[in-house]
Design a protein around this ligand. Structure first.
Ligand SMILES: [Zn+2]
Length: 383
């Protein structure tokens, strides 16, 4: 088979400049690429035909922020948080201990299990970070495992300071750990990573440390992305803009200068509403960002601590219900926005030339993704 006509599409979301959404549409795929889009009645012949019976077809979701290389879970921590009870445990460090104790096979099996769940919900591209190893060996093997699953791998050695003597670590401990991250750890991890990331937050890494980590990664050929302004106001967004990062993710606590910096620099604001859902926290204000001209991506942040969801449709529903996005804006951010966050022009859209990552909805329009939250509507079309 060399060409496939997908036809009888009730609503085709292409994000093509001229026809971003086409009703009663068809599309042709050749060698994994979209080669034609348009009205059903004008479709060319193809070697085979697939009739979707009036369903909507959208680009596969691009999940631009996940932490899938981990072992164990933190259900007890979540239960305590939802029950209003204090919970004395190590947070991220609980997952670090479980991850270090797991075999490569266990970690790879966990990644594969989550990827299968993601694909079953319409996700066709996933970014995966390290960050639960925090030793040279454990960060490098985390990234080697992630690299088996995706090209979009991110070195997040600067997640937290491991094993601090108190709290988030003394100044000397933080300094020594940053030296390790930008030295031996970066050297071991760079071959398996496309991106470098840092958790720039009070209690993690400050502006100077974040810039040091990102610049070292960029000097090693990686591109920058930042965990920024999640738990409170801070310098993360400004650091991201100053180094030319692709994305500043979280963006929950922003002042006007932060919003302006995102708009002026073109840094993509990655919003991760599964976190606010799972920690019962205020949601980021997507409306404010979009109205200011900021490019917004939606992602799951799938991780066992603060957002243990792998569902992009769930994040779309939250974005629409809680963050002021229209259903079409939320879908754009979950597809094209994610692709921009990963600096990928071939993903997240279905214009001619794009990768043919097609998702068929068991519904006549994309609106149903937010309108029917929790309902498994999305299926990746096997081509
Ligand atoms: Zn994250």
């Amino acid at each position: 088979m060399t060409s496939l006509l997908v036809t009888n599409i009730g609503e085709l979301v292409t994000w093509d400049d001229d026809r971003p959404v086409i009703r009663d549409a068809a599309l042709v795929v050749e060698h994994g690429q979209v080669t034609w889009i348009g009205d059903r009645t004008a479709a060319p012949d193809a070697d085979s035909v697939h009739d979707v019976g009036g369903a909507a077809v959208i680009p596969g979701f691009v999940d631009s922020h996940t932490h899938l290389v981990f072992a164990g879970d933190r259900a007890a921590e979540f239960e305590a948080r939802m029950s209003g009870r204090p919970y004395e445990a190590g947070g991220i460090r609980t997952t670090v201990a479980a991850t270090r104790a797991a075999t490569d096979e266990q970690l790879a099996a966990n990644v594969a299990r989550h990827l299968a769940l993601m694909r079953a919900q319409g996700t066709t591209t996933v970014e995966i970070k390290s960050g639960y190893g925090l030793t040279v060996r454990d960060e490098a093997r985390s990234l080697a495992i992630a690299r088996q699953a995706t090209e979009e791998t991110t070195f997040l050695g600067a997640h937290v300071v491991p094993d601090p003597s108190t709290g988030s670590g003394t100044e000397a401990e933080v300094g020594a750990y940053v030296e390790l991250v930008i030295g031996a750890m970066l050297e071991a991890c760079a071959p398996y990573a496309r991106w470098i990331d840092v958790f720039c937050e009070e209690g993690a890494f400050g502006a100077d440390e974040a810039r040091t980590v990102l610049e070292a990664g960029m000097a090693a050929g990686l591109q920058a992305r930042v965990h920024a302004n999640q738990l409170g106001p801070g310098p993360g967004v400004q650091v991201a803009a100053s180094v030319g990062a692709a994305a500043a993710d979280h963006c929950t606590y922003l002042d006007d200068a932060d919003v302006a910096a995102l708009a002026d620099s073109g840094v993509v604001a990655g919003l991760l509403p599964g976190v606010e859902f799972s920690t019962r926290s205020p949601y980021p204000d997507a409306r404010r960002l979009i109205d200011a001209g900021v490019t917004v991506a939606l992602a799951t942040d799938c991780n066992p601590g603060s957002s243990y969801t792998s569902s992009m449709p769930f994040c779309i529903a939250l974005a629409v219900r809680e963050m002021g996005m229209t259903p079409l804006e939320a879908l754009w951010s979950a597809t094209r926005g994610g692709a921009f966050s990963l600096r990928r022009d071939d993903l997240g859209h279905l214009a001619v030339g794009a990768k043919a990552d097609l998702v068929v909805l068991d519904a006549p329009s994309h609106v149903h993704l937010a309108y029917r939250p929790g309902v498994p509507l999305a299926t990746v079309l096997a081509i």
